[in-house]
Design a protein around this ligand. Structure first.
Ligand code: OGA
Ligand code: MN
Length: 316
């Protein structure tokens, strides 16, 4: 008996049924799940019955599960070190008005690939819903393989072999965090090819909110190209949305898709989403690279300097 795969659009996204992923899976089923993920880029799982530990355990099917970015002295609401808190809740479990968490959420509403600002990229992300707002709050996904396939030949030739620089602090700036260009310049960047070959053998665009510049290209020209490619990738024919009820999970191939968090009234409604990420193969033994990156940056995503907080608060 195989898993049931129902496509969500012609080329992209599928809902999976007929398999209980809260229980141990046999090798044949695991292989089917990996193959469906490779083909469809996004898989959606309804009413999974997964708890935090089960979420992490299921994630291991895809490879090495990363430790979530954490800062010493800043406790997390999450029970497992691998869980990234994508909720609008604070440590006390209540809706937060913390400006840096709210700006982080604003950053998530820009089209992006998770962690593209790291040298070692994340290959899969598994986002599990624990509480959903009554209206809205979906995640939007875009198919960066089909978008590449459909590019005009002249554009394919123009971008072949180009490399782009990515920075976490650049996307924060785009989301409204008041970093200056010079401040972003001083923070870490990662360099990746603009077009890469995905594990499926298909080519994909690799751009998003963290993508700052094209190597060797005039800054304005590079940014215009980045914006043009993001816009192309997120045209309606490449996009699907996933709406959640508690227990539902979306799994996306982070190297074959872009995604963004959907709008909802985050001052009014609780939305408790938790995410694991699976590292691209080949770097399983690498240490906790997020901590190293944020230490090198002299900053962390959730602990801006006091001066920075003041500027955020004044601006908000
Ligand atoms: C993420 C993310 C979007 C959402 O967790 O990486 O972008 O809909 N989430 O919560
Ligand atoms: Mn994300």
């Amino acid at each position: 008996m195989g898993i049931a795969v129902t496509p969500l659009s012609q080329r992209f996204g599928a809902e999976i049924a007929d398999v209980d992923i809260a229980r141990p899976l046999d090798e044949a089923t695991k292989a089917e799940i990996r193959a469906a993920q490779d083909t469809w880029g996004v898989t959606v799982w309804r009413d999974t019955g997964l708890d935090d530990a089960g979420h992490v355990a299921f994630s291991r099917l895809f490879g090495h599960v990363e430790l979530a970015p954490r800062h010493p002295g800043k406790p997390s609401r999450m029970s497992e070190p691998e869980l990234f808190d994508a909720s609008n809740l604070g440590l006390d479990g209540e809706i937060t008005d913390n400006p840096s968490i709210r700006l982080g959420a604003a950053g998530n509403r820009l089209w992006h690939s998770d962690s593209s600002f790291m040298d070692v990229r994340s290959a899969q992300a598994l986002l599990l819903c624990h509480e959903a707002p009554p209206h809205g709050g979906p995640t939007w996904f875009a198919d960066s393989r089909s978008a590449y396939d459909d590019l005009p030949q002249a554009m394919k030739e123009r971008i072949e072999g180009l490399e782009a620089r990515h920075s976490y602090f650049w996307s924060r700036r785009r989301a409204g965090y008041p970093y200056t260009e010079a401040e972003v310049d001083a923070k870490p960047h990662a360099t990746h090819r603009l077009v890469h070959t995905h594990a499926s053998g298909r080519k994909a665009l690799f751009v998003g909110a963290h993508t700052r510049d094209i190597v060797g290209m005039d800054r304005d020209e590079g940014r215009a190209l980045i914006d043009e490619l993001i816009e192309w990738c997120t045209r309606p024919e490449y996009v699907i949305s996933v709406h959640y009820r508690p227990g539902d999970m979306a799994v996306w191939d982070n190297l074959a898709t872009l995604h963004r968090g959907g709008e909802y009234d985050d001052t009014q409604y609780r939305r408790d989403m938790r995410r694991t990420t699976v590292r691209a193969p080949g770097a399983d033994a690498a240490p906790d690279h997020y901590t190293a990156m944020f230490a090198a940056a002299g900053d962390t995503p959730f602990s801006p300097s006091d001066a920075m907080k003041e500027r955020v608060l004044v601006k908000a």
